[in-house]
Every structure is written in structure tokens, then in C-alpha cells.
Design a protein around this ligand. Sequence first.
Ligand code: ZN
Length: 384
Amino acid sequence: MSPETVASPNVIRDVPGQEHAAAFLARAAVHPHHAYLFTGPEGSGKRLGMRAFAAALLCPTGGCGGCRACRLALGERHPNMVMLEPAGPDILVGRDSADTNTARWLVGQAYLTPIEPGPKVMVVLQADRLRVEAADVLLKVLEEPPRDTVFILLSARPDEIPETVRSRCQEVPFPPLSESFVVETLVREGFPEDGARLACRLAGGNLGRARRIVRDEAGLGFRDAALEALETAGRGAAGPLAAAEKLTAAAKGFRASLGAELDEELSPYLDARGRPEDAYRGVVRRIQERHERRTRRAEREFLDSALLALSACYRDRVATAVGAGDVVINLDLAQAGLAGWSEGNAGQAMGAIEEARADLADETNLNPRLVLERMFLRLSALAA
Ligand SMILES: [Zn+2]
């Protein structure tokens, strides 16, 4: 292995738009510390950075990008990777080490012999969701880390992580990606610039989300559904209720479309009879759990994107009214039929939408349709 490949492994060179973090991780991969905290907003590349760093640690040649270990790590499927993701609103202490996705489970996993030879990588997603008691359990293992084990914590809200845990980790910042970087990246991938800029603004600068919007034929489906519902909401007294019905139906349709992905992801770990091979039971369970969580969340994510798009239309109305047309988000829409709105009313509409988004983000709220009905009623009242 030449010194150059150690200094900049292929996998880490591919971490987009984050030169500082990438340079730091390339050095860190050679003599890793026992714990890292990747911080930065959603969509800034923390998770890509984590996958790349894990690949650099697990690859026999330090992160070539092409071998089996690299491919598995980049897909978060390497058997030596243990991933903890909040199953509900918080990460709990857990009853014991068999209680999956809890702090005790993670610590138990940390002390097991790795499934394959080599180091182990313990990942905690959304680490700010650790309950205080759970953080204490994790702290013990960070204070006396098992040999050849690297912890990677990720968080968009690092201030909410107990200082005791935070101070045990080396922090790696992932600042937000710039609009020009996101647009250039998508253009380089072959997408037209107009579409790339629109997708970037609708996605709030989140590269992954922007790519899905610009790539997928149905990528703007959430916005179409939102605008259609808004139009329905304006049709008489029953309009707002029909609008809420329409938008929830569209979200259910989106969830139903996610089914086939699971089979594809699982197939490498199944034997000829479609059962998981012994060594890979843990990986298979993790993929299934992740998929379940994703489909459960899919409806709410669709609704959140729809409401963001709706809010963006009112925001565009305000921007145009104050002569700031250059910050308009929906570059392809002529005001979405909101030309008659005053700035004040458009501002209030954005407030109503933000409240609805906050209500939907609360996972204990079991009735999204009621939230949407209330929101569309307020929007219609403002339009009158
Ligand atoms: Zn490799």
C-alpha cells in the first residue's frame, strides 16, 4: 500500500462537498480514535461520511471502494457494523442486551467477538435522541472501549447530547452544502440545470432529496398532490375536508410503491430456499427493521414534503411581493394561483402550514388527516 492511498482512500475521496471532513477522516482512518461524533444538518452528508469511514476501517486495503468489504460497508450491510437507530421518539436504556435498538443492546454488541475478522464499527444514528439514562449506559462503554471498536455517533442537534458523551468523542463537522455545489453535482450527473436548481430549493439544499426529486418521474408528485389539494380546498364549504382526504390518499399510494425494494436488498443474504444464511441473520433482521420503519415513516415524509412545497408557494408569493424574485423556490410555477394574496395573509398561511408540519412530526399524533383538515380550513379562511 503506497502512502498516497493511505492518505486519501477512494471511498473517502467520494464524500461529496465536504473537503475538511474528508481530509480529517482520511487521516483518522489510519489510526482511529475510539469514538467520533459527526455533526451537521440533515442532508449535509453525515451518513455518506459514516459509510465511507466505515468502509475505510473495514476494507483490507484501507478503503479501495471496490472490494466486498467496501461494498457491504457502503451499503450499511457489513456484518461487523452495528447500527442503532431510534425505534420510537427516543433511544431507551433497554431491558437487557437482547432488547434491540436500545443502549444496553448496543453495549452488548460492542463486547461480542466480531462476525468477520477485523475491527467493529458501532453506529448511533440521531444520537441526540438518547435518553439521559441511555447516554449513561453508552458512556460506560466509551470510557472503557473494547479493543478494535470504533463508535460513530451522528447528530443534527449535537447540543442535545449530554456533555459527558460528547466530550468522549472527536467531533467532525459537516456544514450545510451550498446551493451551487448541489446544483453543480446534479448537472454533472446529467440533469438539466433548471430542474436541478428547482429540486435543490424544494429539498432545502439536501442533496439526496434533491437527487430523488430531479431523477424520479414521480419526484415532484408530492408537490403536484399538494397543489391539487390546495385547489380542491378552495371549492366551497366541503373543499378543505376533500383536500385533506386527497392528500392523505396520495401519501398512502406513495407508501404502497415502496414494497419491491426490500426483496432486492435482501437477496444477497438468502440461501436457495429464501432463508437467511446463519452468519447474516443479524444483517437480514436489520434490513427488515429498517424497511419497516421506512414504510411506516413514508406516509409522514410524503406529507411533510407536500407541506414544505405548499409553504414554498406562499413564501414565493411574499418574495415576489417584496421584489425579491431571485429567491423564488418554485421557479417553474407562475405564482401557483396565489397572485391575489397579500404578504400578510401569505405569511399567516405559512404559519398555519408550519404548525401542521410540527403536529405531523410528533409521532404520537395518530391522525394526520385531522391535522390536514384543520390546516386547509385555515388556508381557505385566509383566502376568503
Ligand atoms: Zn475495499
